[in-house]
Write a protein of this length. Sequence first.
Length: 293
Amino acid sequence: MTATIINGKAIAEKVRSQVREAVTRMKETHDYVPGLATVLVGEDPASATYVRNKRKTCEELGIRSIGHELPADSSQEQVEKLVAELNADPTVNGILVQLPLPKHLNEEAVLNTISLHKDVDGFHPVNIGRLAMKGRDPLFIPCTPYGCIVLLEESGIPIKGAEAVVVGRSNIVGLPVAMLLQKGDATVTICHSRTRDLAEHIRRADIVIAAIGRTEMITGDMIKPGAAIIDVGINQKPDPTAKRGYRLVGDVEFESASQVAGAITPVPGGVGPMTIAMLMKNTLHAAEIALAA
Ligand code: NAP
């Protein structure tokens, strides 16, 4: 079997164009433009690139982007004060504090300061709590997990009743994606670094979500024929033929897995493009909430 490649770039473009159209309609109907504030503390180059890409996508979709950059030695009070000002600013619908924050800052306390109605990253404990509870819905779904679910839906892969295995239990990917699959009526197993016989669990799965951060750890022999594989991992693999001396690969060994799976996301070009697209969708949703208030 050769797997269908799930084209994250194309699916992300579809989401972005839906957001672009809705933003245009909102401007025409309500004379209102959604606004996303980004907060970057310090000069980590990867974080700076992520923030730049988010701001650029905002501009492409007609969303107002408000950038704040604070020095790496900012105090807890300075960061929380900025978030409080953005909470009070009616032109700001979403607040995105780029993680990780410098080590001396209390990340949890900063995230707790973000107004629930502006938590477009979906990391506020109340949002995560609602995601976990039966009969409750969060205001915002964390972007990368949301993207994983949209990739499955857009590819026509049934979640209801499926056996799903999530490898990884981080607050930003593994845990929320497991809760979303469970909300979608999948039977979910969460695996992590202490799981005994990981391959045994993965071999049962109709859907595998890999969010580990370990280069090509999941191989074709661990996969049930026909399974859908969503590879969240982004790892640098040494490659002397590449310009930078490495290439990006996932947590799944694409070559062997794509011989067995029914559908699989590539790295890059799978989950990656979805994260920003879902952030834009969440920002639009935040503006809709503000308009309805
Ligand atoms: P993380 O916080 O480091 O979590 C990794 C998870 O994998 C942990 O739950 C850990 O278990 C588990 N794990 C580690 N080694 C394992 C092993 N040998 N067997 C089974 N489980 C193991 O990472 P993350 O932030 O969730 O990110 C995961 C990957 O996704 C990274 O490559 C990251 O770059 C990528 N990512 C991509 C996007 C995107 O937009 N595409 C967004 C976010 C993250 P314990 O809990 O027991 O430690």
